[in-house]
Design a protein around this ligand. Structure first.
Ligand code: DGL
Length: 274
């Protein structure tokens, strides 16, 4: 086996502030079945979306250190808040290819809109960073972008509080502004929102297309791995591994909201030691 092949056979590292990044993992399983995934969900320090850029950068640095110890070949920042506020920083300090979820999600939205009016929802950190707005306007300066932070959606998804009356009331309250703006495309700019697609879709109406960046992210990972000659050509990928910074049971319990088959084996690590 050449050096190059052995590098390509290594796993992809994925991190998120909690369970939501499993939406990206599920799309990696679907689009890149030959790749092995090492997932880290920072359940002990979630949520990231209410924290400052400095804290999100420092957490992200530790998460990358942990994944590097697992000998990964490529890192996916599946958390929108960390992609928005820490990706540039970790790209500067580490020498490993990495990507976030903002650009793939923006590309999918820009290519899907017909009227050029795009809504973006996410955590306070992601929306406050204007990362999606900047990424969308870079693709097409004529687009009109309207954003709204929806922090309570994270708790609704983490608690499986989906499809209940309270979820609709909260969604109506948050999304009223975006409905008024007559958007035709809405980016779900947070890993925790895809489980709420049904509620968000009903509130926004059939004419608004929802963009889940997870699928576009998985496709972009595939392209980047191919460009970097890092795609695993060995169809028998090693076993996927899941790690958290708090009790493993919580990830096992809520994984069903984010991936098709629940995650069964999860180990706890001490992220503060990285
Ligand atoms: N993973 C975070 C994101 O995509 C959502 C949850 C959090 O606030 O940590 O922004």
């Amino acid at each position: 086996m050449t050096n190059h092949q052995s590098l390509a056979n290594k796993p992809i590292g994925v991190f998120d502030s909690g369970a939501g990044g499993l939406t990206v993992v599920s799309q990696i399983f679907r689009h890149l079945p030959s790749e092995q995934v090492i997932y880290f969900g920072d359940m002990g320090r979630t949520p990231y979306g209410i924290r400052s850029a400095e804290v999100i950068k420092s957490f992200s640095r530790q998460n990358v250190n942990f994944l590097l110890e697992q000998d990964v070949k490529f890192i996916v920042v599946a958390c929108n808040s960390a992609s928005a506020l820490a990706l540039d920083y970790i790209l500067q300090i580490f020498n490993i290819p990495m990507m976030g979820v903002i650009e793939p999600g923006s590309r999918a939205a820009a290519s899907g809109t017909k009227n050029g009016r795009i809504g973006v929802i996410g955590t306070e950190a992601t929306i406050g960073s204007l990362s999606y707005t900047k990424a969308l306007l870079k693709i097409d300066p004529k687009l009109e972008v309207f954003s709204m932070a929806c922090p309570l959606f994270v708790s609704l998804a983490e608690n499986g509080y989906i499809g209940k009356k309270a979820a609709y009331l909260i969604a109506e309250d948050y999304l009223g502004y975006l409905k008024e703006k007559k958007i035709d495309t809405l980016v779900l700019g947070c890993t925790h929102y895809p489980p709420l697609k049904g509620v968000i879709g009903k509130v926004m109406g059939d004419d608004v297309r929802l963009i889940d960046s997870a699928e576009e992210t998985a496709k972009t990972i595939g392209q980047m791995l191919a460009e970097l000659n890092l795609a695993n050509s060995n169809p028998a990928a090693g076993a996927h591994k899941f790690y958290v910074s708090d009790t493993p049971e919580k990830l096992k319990e809520i994984s069903k909201y984010f991936v098709e088959s629940p995650v069964e084996e999860v180990a706890r690590i001490d992220i503060n030691s990285y």
